[in-house]
Design a protein around this ligand. Structure first.
Ligand SMILES: Cc1ncc(COP(=O)(O)O)c(C=O)c1O
Length: 349
């Protein structure tokens, strides 16, 4: 049986969180002398002298409308990376608790585990880049608190089968985090609509990919209001700056433009696949539900270096488990993709 109170670290359950000036005063006022800000304002930009809304209500209202998830089930972080770290800090007792990841996958689950001194159990994906449920069963212990699933997965690009995830959600009493950073490029449905069915489900999304805003650092976690409450308790009081909140509010009004961008990038992904398949250096292109392709080359390392000499940087994954000989290539603009193909054409000539 899932029991959130038993899952959360004792010190976090009993933590009295920082109460900021902006938390304590809720109402209308003209004169703010409660937060030791500079009342004159900066000579550079007068309007950023105040601390931002600690719980980013206006941003969350926009997200709630778009995603059809209540405001109290949304956490906003300085990138999803902040949510990943906070999940460790809220739910994993350093030196005691454990988590499971399915490599090859996004690197921060491991780095954050190491930072928080939490033991990591690796259950490699199958050759088809799907979950190995038998191996997972062996890896789960009473101290396993979180299972990290990335779907679509980075760096393989594929989505993880729904039935396997359902099996885990139904049988694991810890948290199941599904990182949907690339969901907008996928044909698969988001797990957001399943939140009410699974008290142990946490869904991560981000403005860094489809929304085109990696520079502002805004990540989202969606879960039960109780889980979100713990993340809010532990986060730094003002973790999302005022300019970021303002930009996010503007961006979230432009969902039409974002959908247009997604169409362009997904088309461009297909064009890139078609062109790459004609290249003799290419051995295999893995199916992608994301804005990147995992491609196996005859000489991945040689090609990587050649691209760098041409001013093109791709991600060398040739030493990563199950990705031997592979480069991960982000879908660029049509011009960037042409340059990449031109460069590939001239390799070994
Ligand atoms: C699977 C996955 N999750 C999360 C992130 C990081 O997202 P953010 O920019 O919101 O921290 C990345 C970035 O590459 C990613 O690939």
């Amino acid at each position: 049986m899932f029991n959130l109170n038993a899952l959360v670290r004792t010190n976090i359950r009993t933590l009295k969180p920082y109460s900021s000036a902006r938390d304590e005063f809720k109402g209308e006022a003209n004169i703010f002398l409660d937060a030791n800000e500079n009342s004159l304002g900066s000579p550079l930009v007068k309007w950023y002298n105040r601390y931002p809304d600690p719980l980013q209500l206006k941003v969350k209202e926009k997200i709630a409308f778009i995603k059809k998830i209540p405001v109290d089930q949304i956490f906003l972080g300085n990138g999803s990376d902040e949510a990943i770290d906070l999940l460790y800090r809220c739910f994993c007792e350093p030196g005691i608790d454990e988590v499971v990841i399915f490599p090859p996958t996004y690197g921060m689950y491991e780095v954050s585990a190491n930072i928080n001194n939490v033991k990591l159990n690796r259950v490699p994906l199958t050759e088809q880049f799907q979950l190995d449920l038998e191996a997972l069963e062996q890896a789960i212990k009473p101290s396993t608190k979180i299972i990290w699933i990335c779907s679509p997965n980075n760096p393989t690009g594929n989505s993880i089968d729904k039935e396997a995830i359902e099996m885990i959600l139904n049988n694991f009493d810890g948290l199941v985090v599904i990182d949907e950073a690339y969901i907008n490029f996928s044909r698969q449905k988001s797990w957001l609509s399943d939140l009410q069915d699974y008290p142990n489900l946490v869904v991560l999304q981000t403005l860094s990919k489809a929304w085109g805003l990696a520079g502002i650092r805004l990540g989202m976690a969606f879960a039960s209001s109780e889980i979100i409450g713990y993340l809010n308790k532990v986060k730094p009081p003002y973790n999302i700056s005022e300019p970021v909140q303002e930009l996010a509010i503007k961006a979230l009004d432009e969902i039409g433009q974002v959908n247009d961008m997604i169409v362009i990038l997904v088309n461009e992904r297909q064009n890139l696949v078609t062109s790459l398949l004609q290249q003799k250096e290419v051995l295999k292109i893995y199916p992608s539900d994301a804005n990147f392709l995992l491609v196996k080359f005859k000489d991945a390392l040689g090609l990587y270096k050649y691209f760098v000499d041409q001013g093109i940087v791709v991600r060398d994954r040739s030493n990563v488990l199950l990705c031997e000989g592979c480069l991960r290539i982000t879908v660029g603009t049509p011009q960037e993709n042409s340059k990449l193909l031109e460069s590939l054409n001239s390799f070994n000539q």
